[in-house]
Design a protein around this ligand. Structure first.
Ligand code: PLP
Length: 368
């Protein structure tokens, strides 16, 4: 597993090399053209910018190496999620989504899918392990869930879903294909917000759908062309650059998260700490199996909203921001978005700061 991933990371860094002619740039050009030389309709690489263009090709090639699958890129994680769901559902169909997952996915279910006649059933992530999938066309998972960090067995769910005639879509944003590979475990499609760790610098929105069924992936590409849900070339370039350092950043972030989680767990003001990489955590069972490590997200509770807000504002090395996976450590109180968590619940996304300095600033900001 590790040797295979290492080979993929090395390949990603050199993926353009074989196609380069003498004197061509090592990094992909930001290609801004919307139109391409097209004296006849057959055989051209590109025809019109909404259907495909060279900078998307470069980032899709990198992601295809990591996913070992076909990849279609999108202007945001939500655009990718919408595409995947719309390509697998139609009026009268039924989809199961997590009630404790990314909240905008629930809004998409309620305000868009439901309006177009899709039956959207919400289910807590942990209950999906035993839920009856009869009558469903799509089982949509987020594991670990955001922000609760609960996990379910992807392979077991995929086997049961397929037996019931349903497809499985996994939102793999919290781990990326370097730490978890749902397609290898039987998922039909992976969706992800590359806005988070893959781009990694909190300066670009991006997403992708990955899959190994060529017919289904052609539908996803058609969805992008027909709905016009297209990323810009500058954004694609930034994601391409970010992906080159993803493994390096993730190594630091996950190693630091393990240290910080262990120390937070010992702190008297910290309650109900969740970190999948910590022995004793309910999600620890997935680590070393479907997850290669515990990731870089930590959840914990302080006694109430005011205590949590005061901690966040007192810590100089925590950006008070929504979102995660960036180079800066960031955290927020998730109850402010209506997530079903305690008022004092904090989701901490560990960044790339040297860990001892980071821990000192967190420890100093915690209530004594
Ligand atoms: C951020 C996020 C999304 C949405 O991504 P955007 O790029 O903001 O549209 C989807 N799923 C999860 C788990 C996320 O964290």
């Amino acid at each position: 597993m590790t040797a295979e991933i290492d080979a993929r990371i090395a390949h990603l860094l050199h993926h353009r090399k074989t196609g380069l002619a003498l004197g061509e740039p090592i990094v992909p050009p930001i290609s801004v053209a919307t139109t391409f030389h097209l004296p006849q309709t057959q055989g051209a690489m590109h025809s019109y910018g909404r259907a495909g263009q060279p900078t998307w090709d470069a980032v899709e090639a990198q992601l295809a190496i990591l996913e070992a699958a076909q990849v279609v890129c999108f202007p945001s994680g939500m655009a990718a999620i919408t595409a995947a769901l719309m390509c697998c559902l139609k009026a009268g169909a039924r989809v199961m989504i997590p009630s404790d997952g990314y909240y905008v996915t629930r809004l998409l279910g309620r305000d868009i899918l439901q309006v177009y006649g899709v039956d959207v059933v919400q289910m807590p992530t942990l209950e999906m392990e035993t839920a009856d999938f009869t009558g469903f066309q799509v089982i949509y998972l987020e594991t670990p869930s955001n922000p609760g960090l609960d996990t379910v067995d992807i392979a077991a769910i995929a086997a049961r879903a397929h037996a019931a005639g349903a497809r499985v879509i996994v939102d793999n944003t919290t781990l990326t294909p370097l730490l978890q590979r749902p397609l290898d475990l039987g998922a039909d499609l992976v969706v992800a917000a590359d806005t988070k760790a893959p781009a990694g610098h909190s300066d670009v929105l991006f997403g992708h759908v990955a899959g190994r069924d060529a017919v289904l992936m052609a539908r996803v590409a058609d969805w992008r062309r027909q709905s016009g849900s297209v990323p810009g070339p500058f954004e694609a370039y930034l994601v391409h650059r970010g992906l080159e350092t993803l493994e390096l950043r993730l190594s630091r972030m996950c190693a630091s998260a393990a240290v910080i989680a262990e120390r937070l767990a010992q702190h008297p003001a910290v309650h109900r700490l969740r970190y999948p990489g910590l022995p004793g955590d309910p999600s620890f069972k997935a680590v070393g199996g479907q997850m290669s490590n515990g990731g870089f997200l930590i959840g914990f509770e302080l006694s109430d909203a005011a205590t949590a807000e005061s901690f966040l504002s007192r810590c100089p090395l925590i950006e008070q921001a929504t979102s995660f996976g960036g180079v800066h450590t960031a955290a927020e109180r998730r109850a402010r978005w209506g997530d079903d968590v305690a008022e004092g619940f904090i989701r901490l996304s560990v960044g790339i700061e040297p860990v001892e300095v980071l821990w000192q600033s967190i420890n100093a900001a915690l209530p004594s």
